[in-house]
Design a binder for this molecule. Structure first.
Ligand SMILES: [Zn+2]
Length: 432
């Protein structure tokens, strides 16, 4: 089955490469051709044709860190520091979550992500992951679903959680037609004792699974770690063998030079979540320094409870602005670098080499942005406008594996009205 997309401005996702008057041929969900020109004669045999009307096509955005299970806690418990927020707001509410809550929360998040141009997301959660996987299947989006594990419990419970995570790494694959992958996800060094982390590393190696972990989000957790173990968390994780497998850390706000060296030498990827880090008052990750050391950086929103939306355009804009202000240097973290973080490098961070750029041989995950909006004129500086001026509301169409999930801002695979109704109903049930 072939589809022809023509008359578009194609932002390939390769640094700086833009094809004007471009076209894309997709066959069986894969990109077969990306070129410039009018293909309507040379590809006259393709019946299914989409006129892109001069709009901008870019790789689907990749959200490398989040917890969609807690989306209903958006706006619940703002303006609190991370530890107080987790202990007094998030965890007590999560204790009341049922399958209905997770279904409503995940549906809402997937709807929001899909409509704002995210085609792949990473989920770290611990409840009803099969429900989330079934929603991924239904929606058509792509996901890395990880079972978050907190190890502050007995050895038996640790073992149970790990066994469940390994089981899910296999069972979730029956959903989503190859669009779901997994990682092992110890929650953080401050919630997972060293012996538990070693158990996880052993299983990651045995099952060929990458690792995803929160690392050094706040100064407080780092100080406590140093007090307890006499070494900084990233050094400790390296010693425990965590970085022997492909590892994606979330945040990395409080890392020192020695830790940057360790991350660089072990090719550890970083999920940069600037908005969540700001909202929780955690600090600003030293992204310019990471980039100078060739550390792979992707972008993430974290959960809607600490952001408070899942719009990757806003994350891009923040990532491009905050380091300039912080370092009083307008030359750091360019728009092009940020766009690559949100696409190609995000995909690499998730160990998904088949997506992230619009290129022959890759899977056809791309989005169409409305180039006719007033705030995107004059329409010459496409990459600049995408990063500094666009928002998720400018996304017209969304394709994953060549399948249309959103057309002209309408979600085709999910019932928007029902999802919004059920999200509100489920939240009211939580308050009871
Ligand atoms: Zn997180």
């Amino acid at each position: 089955m072939r589809k022809l997309f023509y008359n578009g401005v194609i932002v390939t996702g390769e640094k700086g490469k833009i094809i004007k008057n471009g076209f894309i041929v997709v066959e069986n969900g894969m990109i077969q051709t990306v070129e410039s020109g009018d293909p309507r004669l040379s590809f006259h045999d393709i019946a299914e044709r989409v006129n892109l009307n001069g709009h901008w096509v870019l790789p689907g955005l990749v959200n490398t860190h989040g917890h969609i299970g807690s989306t209903l806690l958006r706006g619940y418990g703002d303006d609190l520091p991370l530890d107080v927020w987790l202990k007094t707001k998030m965890w007590p509410m999560e204790g009341k979550f049922t399958e209905e809550t997770i279904h409503a929360a995940a549906s809402l998040a997937i709807l929001e992500m899909q409509k704002s141009g995210t085609t792949t997301f990473l989920e770290m959660y611990h409840l009803h992951l099969e429900t989330i996987a079934a929603l991924v299947q239904q929606s058509g989006i792509r996901a890395v679903i990880t079972r978050g594990m907190i190890g502050l419990c007995s050895y038996n419970e640790q073992e149970q959680k790990l066994t469940e995570a390994i089981h899910l790494s296999k069972s979730l694959k029956r959903f989503g037609d190859g669009r779901i992958s997994t990682m092992l996800a110890p929650h953080a060094p401050y919630t997972c004792p060293p012996a538990f982390l070693e158990m996880i590393v052993l299983e990651a190696k045995k099952n060929n699974l990458p690792i995803h972990i929160h690392l050094s989000e706040t100064a407080k957790e780092v100080n406590e770690h140093v007090e307890k173990y006499g070494k900084r968390p990233a050094i400790h994780l390296a010693e425990l063998g965590v970085f022997d497998v492909h590892t994606l850390i979330a945040h990395g706000v409080h890392l020192d030079d020695e830790e940057f060296e360790v991350l660089a030498n072990n090719r550890v990827a970083v999920s940069h979540n600037p908005i969540s880090n700001l909202k929780l008052g955690s600090g600003i990750a030293k992204i310019p320094k990471m980039l100078s050391k060739n550390i792979l950086v992707g972008l993430g929103t974290d959960s809607a409870a600490s952001n408070n939306n899942l719009d990757m355009f806003q994350e891009m804009r923040m990532a491009a602005l905050i380091h300039k202000g912080n370092l009083e240097n307008a030359t750091v973290v360019s728009a092009e670098e940020v766009l690559v973080m949100a696409t190609k490098n995000g995909a690499k961070a998730l160990a998904l080499e088949n997506i992230g750029v619009i290129q022959e041989g890759k899977e056809a995950d791309f989005i169409v942005v409305d180039s006719q909006q007033p705030h995107l004129q004059p329409n010459d500086h496409v990459t600049s406008h995408i990063v500094y001026s666009a928002s998720g509301a400018d996304v017209l169409d969304v394709y994953v594996k060549g399948n249309c999930l959103v057309r002209n801002k309408q979600c085709l695979s999910l019932d928007e009205e029902k999802i919004i109704y059920e999200a509100n109903r489920a939240f009211q049930n939580l308050l009871k």
